[in-house]
Every structure is written in structure tokens, then in C-alpha cells.
Design a protein. Structure first.
Length: 417
């Protein structure tokens, strides 16, 4: 992987009506240089050739801060991101800045409802993104469970009441939206619904929403979002572990949690993409949210290993076979793919006295396994939404998010993915 930018060649931008000897000589030399560049690009791996902004960076923007009911603004988000000196090398190799819908919404602070980030703060972030010519991606829920609005009509209602107003605020403040990605619509819907049912066991049981009905509502939500933001490229993030899976060798995996319906990933996605096609909803990208614990489970199933999270596995121990097969499924259908590099379980729970160190090791382990797999993808996403690492930056401070990303970038210079 080569983490570099390729500036436009000026020779391609000229259309002179006449040309002198000196100019001709310069143009010939420029074209020779261009031929060398093209030859170099042709020899590079797909991820480096991708013309559509392959490196995405998503620092942690929200946290369980004091005084906030749910999540407030993470204290070091803006101070890290809006100062180039905090991430100069990572920034140089970043094409897409990714953030989350929640930075555009309200929460309760000390009992009173207020915006998580003020207009002035968001304008500062937008100005930085524009100044450094980054594309913008925003992650949204797409569809979530609501006891008051479960079943028919929930998809359109969710988009109109939650997603679109928040995203419009970003545009009204001067921001552009190049990519919109929905986050685990299927898995998190069922997770929230299960929690509600467990908490309200004496209440009337909710009407089941089967796969077909859920897909109808998910696509209805996406259709509203696409209509509101026609210039944005729409995509989905899903964790394959929320589904059952049939491996090419005949082995089968059940969903990671018992409350999840016994639905196979490809069965769901075939029906989902068909419904998108019928409703003229264009899915441009699919991103894997498949953490290290999923790679461990697959290794244990497929290769008879006995790996656990108590001991950090080696990259060679992990199995990316499910990722490989799903990646092919989407690329065969013309959908761009990408993988989220995150610490997974090591980001949510302390397994030792040095959780930031564990998170850093987990990120490198997952990336190394991915690099060694030679799976070709269009996007690589470095995202942070976990408890660990504790801080976003700066990139020269050990075990911060930006430091971990930079270490992977340096580690990757001589590797081909």
C-alpha cells in the first residue's frame, strides 16, 4: 500500500493552440514523466490505484462526558482534528474525513436539552475539511427500533424525523456531504428491540418484523435519504456476525447472538439489493464492521482453533474467509467495498492494565491479517468509536488513535495489498 497523493499532471490540463520548440520540449519531458507515473501506478495494488478516495479517517467525536445524559462531545475531538500539527502525516494521506450524525444532534446536558456541537464549532470543522480538500462522509443509523413506531412505515418516518434534519444542518452550515453510510441497520435494530423486550417483559409483545418487512422499511429509509441528498454516494455498513453464514466449504455459522433471527447473510443481501434496484436506490459501497472477535470465531469454526480474547491472537491465527467471500459477493455486483480497522472487543473492555496498548496491538493485528490475506478493497477506514484508545491525538503521542493510524501507515509502506 502506498499512502500518497497523486497531484494532477499539468501536461494533461493544457490545450494550446500553438506551441514553440521550448514548449514542445517541456511537454515531451512532461509526457515522459507522465508515462513513468502511469507505469508505476499500473504496478501498484488496487487500493492504491483507487481513484475514489481510498483512505477514510473517523476520529472519535462522542463520549460519555460528565453532565451529558447519553453522549456529549469528546473533549479532544475538535482540538485534535482542526489543528494540522496534531496529525500532519495522517492528514496528508487522508482522502475522506468521516464523522457521525450525532455531532449534529442534541442531548441533555445537566437536565437541559442542548446541541452537542454549536454552529460555530461545526463551521470550524467544515472550514478545516474544505481547506485540506477532504471529502466528507457521515455515518447515520438508517433505521433503528422504536416501540412507538415499529413495523410498517418506520423506515420513512425514521429518515424524515431523524436522519435528514440532522444532515441538512451540516449543509446549512456550509458543509458538503460526499458519502452517507448507514450503520448496522439490521443488527442494531434487532439488538435494541431485544433490549426493549427484556426490559418490558410484562408489556404486550411487539409484532414480529420478518426479513422481507424489515428490508422494505430499510430501503424506504434509504430512498428518502437519497432523495434529500442526491449528490451523496450512499452505502451500508454491516457486521457479518449479526447474520448466519454459509462458507464455501459447507460449514455454517450461526448469528453471534441468540436473539438474532436465523437469517443467512447472502440471502438477506440478495433480497436487500433487489429491493434497492426496484426502488431505484443506488448502493455505492459496502463497508465491513467485522471486529477481531468475529475473526477469532471464524478461525475456531473453520480451522479447529481454540482462540480466546484473553490472549491476543497473532495475525496468522485469524480467519478472514467470511470477509473474502462477502467482498467477492459485492464486488461481483459492482459495489465498492471497504473495511473498518478497529480494536473491536479490545476497544470496549480492558483485558489488562494497559488497555490503550491492547487496543493498539489489536488494530495492528487486524490490519496485518487483512494485509496478509491479499483481499482487494476500495476503501480502508480507520474509525474510532470505542472507549480505547483513550485519546484521539496527537499522532506523535504513543497509543493515541492518530498515532496508531500513523504506525499502520508506516508499517504498510513496503507492503502490497
Amino acid at each position: 500500500m502506498r499512502f500518497v497523493d497523486y497531484p494532477a499532471n499539468k501536461a494533461l490540463q493544457r490545450t494550446p493552440t500553438c506551441i514553440g520548440t521550448a514548449e514542445l520540449r517541456r511537454s515531451v519531458n512532461e509526457m515522459k514523466t507522465l508515462i513513468v507515473i502511469i507505469a508505476a501506478l499500473a504496478s501498484m495494488p488496487l487500493v492504491a490505484q483507487c481513484a475514489d478516495n481510498q483512505i477514510w479517517i473517523g476520529p472519535k467525536a462522542m463520549a460519555a462526558e460528565k453532565g451529558w445524559t447519553y453522549q456529549g462531545p469528546k473533549s479532544d475531538f475538535l482540538t485534535t482534528v482542526t489543528k494540522k500539527e496534531n496529525w500532519p502525516q495522517v492528514l496528508e494521506n487522508t482522502h475522506v474525513f468521516k464523522t457521525y450524525r450525532n455531532i449534529l444532534t442534541k442531548d441533555r446536558y445537566e437536565g437541559k436539552e442542548r446541541l452537542r456541537y454549536t454552529d460555530a464549532q461545526l463551521k470550524e470543522l467544515i472550514a478545516f475539511i474544505k481547506a485540506h480538500k477532504l471529502k466528507t462522509a457521515i455515518e447515520v443509523g438508517g433505521l433503528r427500533f422504536s416501540a412507538r413506531n415499529d413495523g410498517k412505515g418506520m423506515g420513512k418516518a425514521y429518515a424524515l424525523s431523524r436522519e435528514i434534519p440532522a444532515l441538512k444542518r451540516w449543509e446549512q452550515l456550509g458543509g458538503t456531504i460526499d458519502y452517507i453510510s448507514t450503520d448496522n441497520m439490521y443488527g442494531l435494530y434487532h439488538k435494541s428491540k431485544h433490549r426493549h423486550e427484556q426490559k418490558n417483559k410484562n408489556s404486550a409483545r411487539l409484532t414480529p418484523v420478518d426479513m422481507s418487512a424489515f428490508i422494505d422499511q430499510a430501503v424506504a429509509s434509504l430512498k428518502e435519504i437519497q432523495s434529500a441528498f442526491p449528490r451523496a454516494k450512499l452505502g451500508i455498513i454491516e457486521c457479518p456476525g449479526y447474520f448466519g453464514f454459509r462458507f464455501d466449504n459447507g460449514k455454517k455459522a450461526s448469528p453471534a447472538q441468540k436473539y438474532l433471527p436465523p437469517i443467512y447473510f447472502k440471502d438477506y443481501m440478495k433480497a436487500f439489493l433487489l429491493q434497492c434496484k426496484e426502488q431505484r436506490v443506488v448502493i455505492e459501497h459496502f463497508h465491513f464492521d467485522y471486529p477481531i472477535q468475529g475473526l477469532i470465531r471464524d478461525a475456531n469454526l473453520l480451522h479447529g482453533k481454540t482462540l480466546t480474547l484473553q490472549k491476543m491472537p497473532q495475525p496468522a491465527d485469524l480467519s478472514l474467509e467470511r470477509v473474502r467471500q462477502i467482498n467477492k459477493f459485492f464486488r461481483d455486483r459492482g459495489v465498492a467495498t471497504g473495511i473498518c480497522i478497529s480494536p473491536g472487543a479490545y476497544g470496549n473492555k480492558a483485558f489488562s492494565d494497559s488497555p490503550d496498548s491492547d487496543a493498539a496491538r489489536a488494530i495492528k493485528t487486524v490490519f496485518s491479517a487483512f494485509a496478509d490475506s491479499r483481499i482487494k478493497m476500495d476503501h480502508i477506514l480507520f474509525q474510532h468509536w470505542h472507549k480505547f484508545p483513550t485519546r484521539n491525538g496527537p499522532e506523535d503521542k504513543k497509543e493515541t488513535f492518530m498515532y496508531n493510524v500513523l504506525q499502520i501507515m508506516n508499517f504498510s509502506k513496503d507492503r502490497r495489498i
